[in-house]
Design a protein around this ligand. Structure first.
Ligand code: AMP
Length: 463
């Protein structure tokens, strides 16, 4: 999050339930995007906003769409389109949190990679809010399982990325099925020409908002190293050695590359997971979870797969392969150095990639020297261990398990204390809990030997 300004939410004409949610989330003041966009959103204007993950954009559109919701009317009144399932899940979770004081609000996600039948069953009862990826939403529209004529708020989140992923035509087809009087909110981290064009096609007289300039938000130290293709793996190990980031994403342009590089890192004793589209959904989810929980230090990812990750204290981003265009580069490096943490972005430049660096320099209006990568003869130190381990529990929401039950089981008999427990994620049929690494075996023993809510479940270490 960029630092909040001083204006509290109660200066807005928001319904009291939403003000209560905001208060319970301890958002003391609006972020810049919220301060600029929310008055226009609540005024039912179309908004075209440049904002990145971390700006508080989700709460801006979520509060807008929830404020207009008629809870008694069971039909879809808001649709949020996102580029990836990870982002859609996160947006839906944020909306549910903000809607917690509005009883019976139904928020449903419709994303590819999930069984159609389960979604068809869920759609038998109309949801107030649908969050989904364009391909799957369109499929439901074409099947007749989803009706959008009651949609009053339509959000395109990370619109630039949806266009990059080729969703333009799907988006237009979906919007054609909605009421023209709808409010359309378009959020994009970057502003290529296509964003302006799609805005012109789908919005009416939008209020334009740009929150931060790129220069201001650059506490990020950018380093560019000249490498040869054959040196890349050695250069990666060298920069990991010299910087020792405790959390870092290594970006590759090809899926196969992600896989082989992850293996190379594992072979050298690093804690790394791959994240790319050839992995099944569960493997991707678990890679993200291990990384977000602090149980693995390095994520080797493609741009598409890393999209929508909400991890805001990355120590470093390494562009093992230069991004194919400057916008993608800006996106990638924006994941480090948030909230005053001071980030580091390292990029490897091949001899024939000078033009890519020049495009970045033009985009950021500054010049970057290309340096020699740190070849060091010094003895390698062992990669640091991640701070936590993550345990997988084969029970979830459908077994009536809540995070508090897991904390309860772990702390029963004074085995662990609360400070040793990290992030807890409860899904339908499974749950995950992070615990301090040195408490991992004890936590496993306690959970496997004891009971959660009076019942026994299987627990294992997630790797
Ligand atoms: P986003 O840019 O939507 O991904 O939001 C980034 C993070 O900021 C999320 O974890 C939000 O819960 C949090 N957030 C959003 N608005 C505020 C606010 N006004 N004050 C503090 N945190 C916020």
């Amino acid at each position: 999050m960029t630092s909040p300004l001083d204006t509290p939410f109660n200066t807005l004409p928001l319904r009291p339930e939403l003000l209560a949610s905001v208060e319970s989330l301890e958002y003391s003041a609006m972020s810049a995007i919220q301060m600029q966009a929310l008055p226009a959103i609540l005024d039912k204007r179309d908004v075209l906003a440049q904002a990145r993950t971390g700006s508080g954009k989700t709460a801006a559109f979520a509060l807008g769409l929830l404020d207009k919701l008629e809870i008694q009317t069971y039909r879809t009144q808001a649709l949020v389109l996102c580029p990836t399932r990870e982002l859609a899940d996160q947006v839906a979770a944020d909306i549910r949190r903000l809607a917690s004081a509005l009883p019976n609000t139904r928020v449903l996600t419709l994303c590819g990679g999930k069984p159609m039948q389960a979604q068809l069953n869920s759609l038998r009862r109309d949801a107030h809010v649908i969050v989904g990826t364009p391909g799957r939403v369109l499929k439901h529209l074409e099947k007749g399982s989803l009706l959008l004529d009651g949609v009053r708020t339509l959000v395109l989140d990370e619109a630039d990325r949806m266009l990059d992923m080729g969703f333009h035509d799907d988006i237009i087809r979906i919007l054609d099925r909605t009421d023209r009087r709808r409010q359309t909110l378009l959020f994009s981290a970057t502003y290529p020409d296509q964003i302006r064009q799609i805005s012109e096609a789908v919005q009416v007289d939008p209020v334009e908002i740009r929150v931060e300039s790129l220069q201001q938000e650059e506490p990020i130290r950018q380093v560019f190293y000249a490498v040869e293709e054959n040196d890349k793996s050695a250069a990666l190990l060298a920069v990991l050695q010299s910087n020792q980031p405790d959390s870092c994403i290594v970006f590759c342009n090809r899926k196969q590359h992600c896989q082989s590089l992850t293996q190379a890192l594992l072979d050298q004793g690093y804690w790394a997971k791959a994240l790319h589209g050839d992995l099944d959904q569960q493997a991707r989810d678990e890679s993200i979870l291990l990384f977000a929980n602090g149980s693995t230090s390095i994520l080797v990812a493609t741009d598409v797969a890393a999209r929508g990750l909400d991890i805001d204290t990355l120590a470093a981003v390494i562009n093992h392969d230069m991004a194919l265009d400057p916008d993608t580069h800006v996106h990638r490096i924006g994941r480090t150095g948030r909230a005053g943490h001071g980030g580091l972005a390292i990029s490897f430049v091949l001899p024939n990639e000078q033009y890519r660096l020049e495009a970045i320099e033009q985009r950021l209006e500054r010049r970057f020297p290309v340096e020699q990568w740190p070849r060091s003869e010094a003895r390698r130190s062992r990669p640091a261990l991640p701070a936590t381990v993550t345990l997988h529990i084969n029970a979830g929401r459908k077994d009536k398990i809540r995070p508090g039950d897991i904390v309860g089981a772990l702390t029963a008999g004074e085995s662990l204390n609360k400070e040793q427990i990290g992030k807890i994620t409860v899904q339908d049929r499974k749950a995950y809990v992070a615990v301090d690494r040195d408490q991992g075996s004890l936590a496993l023993e306690v959970l496997n030997g004891g009971r959660i809510k009076g019942r026994r479940f299987k627990v294992r270490l997630l790797r």
